[in-house]
Design a protein around this ligand. Sequence first.
Ligand SMILES: N[C@@H](CCC(=O)N[C@@H](CS)C(=O)NCC(=O)O)C(=O)O
Length: 222
Amino acid sequence: MIILHHCPQTRSMRSLWLLNELGVEFTTVVHPFGKNLRDPSYLKLSPAGRVPALEIDGERLFETGAITEYLCERFPEAGLGRLPGDPERAQWLMWVHFSETISQHIAALTQQHIMLYDDTMRSPVVMKLEAARLRKCYEAVETRLGETGDYLLKSGFSAVDTSVGHAVYMGLHFAKLEGLPRTEAWYARITERAAFKASLPKGEEEMLYRQAFYPAWERPAS
Ligand SMILES: N[C@@H](CCC(=O)N[C@@H](CS)C(=O)NCC(=O)O)C(=O)O
């Protein structure tokens, strides 16, 4: 039995999308985003109180990168991994984990725009810097697609596209893809997939992001 611990609009959607692509049976436990992730029972699954956490084969996993690697090895027939010995193994690993380089900027931007509810706590400089660093990551994706074609690996669609694609899905709250035509086309291609659509919030859950886009914020003149 596979159980995914999930909060909508967070990193756990990366694992949800992958599970949907794999077409395996699993159950989702949806947690409200907040203090209950620090509940001692949840900390047994994820010691820093983060999502996702995955229960599988008697194992408890946290960290999306580890979950992606484990699931792709556990279900190789889906062809979403590039296992040891595959000529694209190194590229696959690198891009799976690059998704977290992107996500760290989104986490910083989410903190600045949403978690820090009091204007005195926020920094317009940090917001601008993190949005620029996020955009730099998109540019790396654009360059890569110039070398590979329709997907991030030459051999075709893989968990690299779901991993980085999830990060871009989250990143679009803070930086757009304007001027990056290959990335725009790739993003449209991968988000057409039924497995992506099945991973989107259903609309009944409490949303972390109330706006589609958060422009850079300026401190009001006092
Ligand atoms: N590197 C971790 C990051 C996990 C993470 O920080 N998840 C966020 C949601 S996007 C979280 O659970 N935050 C809850 C908190 O910080 O209290 C991964 O890839 O799984």
